[in-house]
Write a protein that binds this ligand. Structure first.
Ligand code: UDP
Ligand code: MG
Length: 324
């Protein structure tokens, strides 16, 4: 049930925050200005502290004390960007939900033109990065390779160069929240949900303070979540690998036969060792791929909450389904 105050909220802005103490005041100021223009007084800013180690939560609390439209959730530990975002989405009450990062790489001022696009009859307006300042060639190259791979592997068209920065309608939010899986890949799940989606090209700024919370290891984890969550093609890859190794072993057999009968020589232990290692590796690769899917099925089967809330400000976090 929506409370009387919730009914007046037309816009929710959801921001996951991890060690973002240096930027939150500027974020609040810029969001307040632009959200006021778009939604009058009917908006809320939801800040989710994803187990930060700095003063992020103290700042969220003080902002909540100053403004009743600032709502805060503190997760019990660092659950990761996608889970923190989901926690915020679960308490969002607006008719439209604007998802942005705390670091101001995605300018909040784009809310106005994105909102205009939504009014043209779309349900999702997702930001598509035309240029990205201050990001290493390595990050750009790996991101590009990832999106290319996803296009090949999955039937769901996950837009290229789009992060989670987007404006969505309530119907899309409800669809997203109805998906119970533990491994969340928000942009992919929203793409999968369908509805009328449109890209909004923009220039992505560099991070204002602090540094990226997405080191290579987290990026890889997100990529594996995305691939295993949206495609079973890698499992078929084991079959292809098997066929390929049958072909290689056939060629080897011909070679061994020829060298024995034609050249009269017997090959030594080195070639046998090479063949054994080759097939051993093919089997191990296949096993690890299958294991990845079984492991994920196991994690999903446990049906654990995807986050825990330890504290909240101006919000009743009991209404959540995916967390506790
Ligand atoms: N973030 C989070 N939990 C994490 C890592 C990141 O809530 O474990 C938040 C972070 O505060 C930011 C957003 O997710 O608002 C995107 O993170 P970041 O800017 O580090 O990623 P990048 O823009 O470098 O991909
Ligand atoms: Mg960033």
């Amino acid at each position: 049930m929506k409370s009387e105050q919730d009914c007046e909220i037309s816009l929710s802005i959801v921001v996951p925050c991890y060690n973002e103490e240096g930027i939150l005041e500027e974020l609040l100021e810029r969001v307040q200005r632009v959200a006021g223009e778009v939604a009058g007084g009917g908006f809320e800013l939801i800040l989710v502290d994803d187990g930060s180690k700095d003063r992020t939560w103290e700042i969220v609390e003080s902002m909540g004390a100053r403004h009743d439209w600032v709502k805060g959730l503190r997760l019990s530990r660092n659950f990761g960007h996608q889970c923190a975002l989901t926690a915020g989405l679960e308490i969002a009450r607006g008719e439209c939900v604007f998802i942005i990062d705390a670091d101001l790489q995605d300018p909040p001022e784009l809310l106005k033109p994105m909102f205009d696009r939504l009014q043209e009859g779309f349900d999702v307006v997702y930001g598509q990065r035309e240029s990205r300042e201050g990001e290493s060639w390595f990050k750009l190259a790996t991101a590009d390779a990832f999106y290319r791979l996803m296009e090949k592997l999955s039937d769901t068209r996950i837009p290229r160069d789009a992060g989670d920065f987007r404006l969505i309608r309530r119907c899309v939010l409800e669809a997203y929240l109805s998906m119970p899986e533990r491994h969340r890949f928000v942009r992919g799940m929203i793409a999968w949900a369908g509805f009328r989606q449109v890209a909004f090209p923009y220039a992505r700024a560099a991070r204002k303070t602090g540094e990226t919370n997405y080191p290579l290891s987290k990026m890889l984890r997100l990529a594996v979540d995305a691939i295993t969550g949206f495609s079973i093609v890698p499992l078929r890859f084991c079959g292809i690998l098997g066929l390929l190794s049958i072909f290689v072993s056939f060629c080897l057999l011909v070679y061994v036969g020829l060298s024995y009968f034609v050249f009269g020589s017997t090959r030594g232990w080195a070639s046998i060792a090479a063949i054994v290692t080759f097939f051993g590796s093919v089997q191990l690769i296949s096993l690890s791929l299958i294991g990845e899917y079984i492991g994920r099925s196991f994690m999903e089967l446990k049906r654990r909450p995807i986050y825990f809330v330890s504290e909240s400000v101006n919000s009743d976090s009991n209404s959540t389904k995916l967390g506790l």
